[in-house]
Structures are given as C-alpha cells and as structure tokens.
Design a protein around this ligand. Structure first.
Ligand code: SF4
Length: 225
C-alpha cells in the first residue's frame, strides 16, 4: 500500500449528529502537530496512534452510510491535511457520493486557516463542500455552531455546500449539539462543547461519585471533538 491509499484513523462512527447537519458518517484522523493550547482532542496528536486503514475500507463504510440515507460525512481529527492519503480519501468519498446520493455533503475540519489550507492541499479542498478552518484559540470563545473559537471559519465551497451551510454561518443555538458514546470503559463526546462545559462535566461526574482516570483534554478546556 502506498501512503496515498491509507489513512490513520482515531475513530469512525455512524451516525454522527453533532458535527454538521443531519445524520452523518464521522471520521476522526490520527495525528496533529498544530498543538493548540486547550485542544480537547490531545489523544489524536500522536501520528503513530490510532489505527491505519485503507481508503477502500473507509469507502465501504461510507457506501453503507449512504445506503442508509446519510446526509453527509464529516472529517475531523487530528489534522486531516497532515494525512498523506487525504486527497485519495476525499476523492473516494466524493465519487461514492456522486454515484449513490448526490445530496450528501462532505464537511472537512482543519486547524489551518483557509489560506494555509488552500496552499497546503488545494486538491483536498476541491472535493469538500464546506470547510471549518482555523486553530482553536482558547482566548476567543464562541457560541457559533460547530466551532470552538470565534476565529474559526465555516466556509461553503460548492453549490451544495452553500445550500446546506449558509443557514448555519451565524447560527448560535442555545445549547451546542453534543453526542455521548461509550466504548468499554471509554466515554467519548462528539461535538464542540462551549468554553467551560468540559470542566462542568468533570465536576458533575465527580459529584456523582464517578471519577475519570484520564481525559483527552488534560487539565484545561477544549474545543473540537
Ligand atoms: S484543535 Fe484541532 S488543530 Fe488544534 S491541536 Fe487540536 S486537533 Fe490539532
């Protein structure tokens, strides 16, 4: 296998309802060197963590989700644009979508700014319907949906992306969409908690007599999950 045909994933989950509109396939890649202070996903920083899988295997999961009526796929992480296979992955996702369900959208998160992302991996952006760009900035909390800090930009890139995401550009729901999952002893959150939410969660869990032995957000507050 060549680097272009593999991706390193931290997690794949369906359905995801807290990172983009509707019911979605969620892909979290493993590896990020941007090291934003306060990142809630520090377990995704190590580029040798997670598991290596093929673009073809992710494509199979995506086709299953499309057959189930998925509204889209969200690629997050970790830093997707640091994956050698990201262009192949996005191309495969777009091709399967075009064949099976053209109304399903592709949403890509990146910690790079829009300009940095365009310079770093223009081919990847060519396959996305929308991107959410920019590093997490702990000092700039926001109530904007799906974003962890006010500097992060939701940018529609295609006609589908504009139809689907323009209604959300300035949306500030009363509560951010959050999903909770459990995997053995692991409890994990999908979504972008607001500033302070994870600290409150930790206190509530402690008050109920349960303790976390480890968290992915260290002792600080976070974004993006
Ligand atoms: S917030 Fe995103 S870009 Fe920043 S360190 Fe965490 S995973 Fe990387």
């Amino acid at each position: 296998m060549t680097p272009a045909t593999v991706v390193r994933l931290e997690r794949l989950h369906y359905p995801v309802t807290a990172l983009g509109p509707g019911r979605r396939l969620g892909l979290w890649v493993q590896g990020c060197s941007l090291a934003c202070p306060g990142c809630m996903s520090q377990h995704t920083w190590d580029p040798s963590g997670g598991r290596e899988t093929t673009v073809a295997a992710v494509g199979d999961a995506w086709r299953e989700a499309l057959d189930d009526g998925a509204d889209g796929v969200t690629i997050s992480g970790g830093e997707p644009l640091q994956q050698a296979g990201i262009v192949s992955l996005l191309a495969a996702l777009a091709e399967a979508r075009d064949r099976a369900r053209p109304e399903a959208d592709i949403l890509l998160y990146t910690g790079y700014t829009t300009r940095e992302a365009e310079l770093r991996e223009p081919a990847a952006l060519a396959f996305a319907d929308a991107v959410i760009t920019g590093r997490y900035a702990r000092a700039r909390p926001t109530r904007l949906i799906w974003r962890g800090s006010a500097n992060q930009r939701l940018v529609p890139l295609t006609a589908l992306g504009r139809r689907r995401y323009e209604p959300y550009l300035d949306a500030q729901p009363a509560q951010p969409p959050i999903q909770v999952g459990q995997d053995g002893d692991d409890v994990w959150l999908i979504g972008v908690p607001r500033s302070g939410d994870l600290a409150k969660l930790g206190h509530a869990v402690r008050d109920s007599g349960i303790g976390f032995t480890e968290t992915t957000w260290s002792r600080e507050e976070h974004t993006r999950g």
